[in-house]
Write a protein that binds this ligand. Sequence first.
Ligand code: ZN
Length: 717
Amino acid sequence: MAMMMLAGAMALGAGGKVAAGQAASGQTAAFGPDNPFYAASTLPYQAPPFDKIKDSDYQPAFDAGMAEQRKEIDAIANNSAPPTFENTLVALERSGQLYSRVQQVFDGVSQANTNPALDKVDAIEAPKRAAQDDAIFLNEKLFQRVAAIYKQMDSLGLDAESKRLVDVYYKHFVHQGANLSEADKTKLKKLNEEISTLENSFKQKLLAATKDAAYTTKDKSALKGLSDAELGAAADAAKERKVDGYVLPLQNTTQQPILSSLQVRATRQAVFEDSWNRAERGGANDTRATIARLAQVRADKAKLLGYPNFAAWNLEDQMAKTPDAAIKFMDALVPASTAKAVDEGKDIQALIDSQQGGFQLQPWDWNFYSDQVRKAKYDLDEAQVKPYFEVWNVLQNGVFYAANQLYGITFKERKDIPVYQPDVRVFEVFDADGKPLALWYCDYYKRDNKNGGAWMSNFVGQSKLLGTLPVIYNVANFQKPSAGEPALISFDDATTMFHEFGHALHGMFSDAEYPLLSGTNVPRDFVEFPSQFNEHWASYPAVFNHYAKHYKTGEPMPAELAAKIRKAAKFNQGYALTEIVAAAELDMQWHTIPASAKLEDVDAFEKAALERKHLALTAVPPRYRSSYFLHIWDNGYEAGYYAYLWSEMLDDDAYQWFEDHGGLTRANGDRFRKMVLSRGYTEDLGKMYSAWLGAEPSTAPMLKYRGLVEDTAAAPK
Ligand SMILES: [Zn+2]
């Protein structure tokens, strides 16, 4: 999941140089040259000086950064000279560098390695940050200058990227309410502040709720089926929390990977229910009232801006353009995916019956038995597979190797670059001609003070205007091994590494002049395309054979086992697609409520929404329940979770193109880099995609790679 999107000042400016002294005005007394954010970092690539940054440095830097940017914006808006591209648009792109510097570092650290001090800063700064966006995009004088340039854009002799900058700014101003009356602008500011506070409250409640809801037991026999390593990790987790016995920390999804190993059905049910009800247990960390209100306020905001619902407003600048287009696309996936899931459920029920189970399949049984069906069908055992996926070997000989083969880039570890937590590793990335390209950090191990899931973002964004090269990070939640043990991961985890690295490539290859149009600053329904595309190389034979080697012996994975993994990748895809479609449809239902809707009963709304969409399958719950759906309540995927599926259509289609043109070659990689990965948001994405592909995107490859339709040449293109 990428964190960056085209949403206000977050995308304005991307770190860079600022003259000392220029940053020193209008801030709190606590801010001065001894604050590490005061001037651009002097480390290579302007990497954050984590050896110097203290928790107490963020808030003064935020306040000074916002004040400085407001001064800069005022100077641009009140300039007595007539508006020009340079004195308005370029000046905007140069503004807010101190603010960018602190927020990019703060966002990275507070999501991956938070603590009570950072939580407090976050709670205080979040509404101010939302107000900062408004100070720019609701600034009437600034808008008038941008609008004047927009109207005469074609006569200014601008290059294509500069024209694009004008167009994107103008439309974003309008989207953010620049055409509203002063009274309505005031209303909008209030709504934005409430939204931001609710989002922040949701995030903090969920993190605490997820930690609290972890299954805890003193009874080792309840955990029958866990490997010694899994038991060891459960004992370590208990120690870390200072409780007796064993703790199974919750992953952020509904299904918990550990359920596939737990042999005691009552334990499975308990773990599942801990997950499903994590944020619905009453008390301070119950999120339901927060999200019901959030959905309502978002609908109010859309109405104020002149849209029938939040999704209609939010999709305007997306590749899909309208909720109808996204819903139509999702609805079309429902019959094929649920039919397949029902078939898979029948196979599982047959297995339960053959073992005289005497019960109906429930969601907590699904992974446990589907693992057995998988073994019966493919004889594939995770425990047999994992020794071939040692995390650092997957990185070097898989993720890095594929990128080298496609794009010629190379990697060198930099132990001299400071990190925010000792498990983080840093690599310098060099282009094919040996030129420095980027810094890349990875923070792979799960911690209680880290948000769930995996994501990418940057500490410094690429911009030729600002003279900055990208500083990118990938974060994941892989189980940290006990001391001295290898970090063995599943093939799914390996695929996650390729995924996040695909986002990283999109950031690293960025070759944009302007920060706003750089790297992963693209709409949500495009941003997952480069990452999901990169996942394909995880199972591409020439790559797979290069990294799937036994951690002890270095022996390559036996061909027979590798073939099973490839076949098994199409296993359980009915379930996998259905749980995602269900979550995506839920998201869209929450965000197409009209402004007049009453405060919803969260559970009743969810149930009705799933039934309406023919997705209320007892044994196949949505991948996220509304009450713990972090993507849509705080992480920028509101009315945008469909984007993963939309991007999947694009990425499978793109991979099909590679397959049709010789696969893993430098020629293919370089063409893709040149026409897509380096382009950021510098051109219309639909046109960019079609120009590269030579056709319009199609869902046929998606259904084929999911194994939901027969893999034949007759599949409709
Ligand atoms: Zn992603």
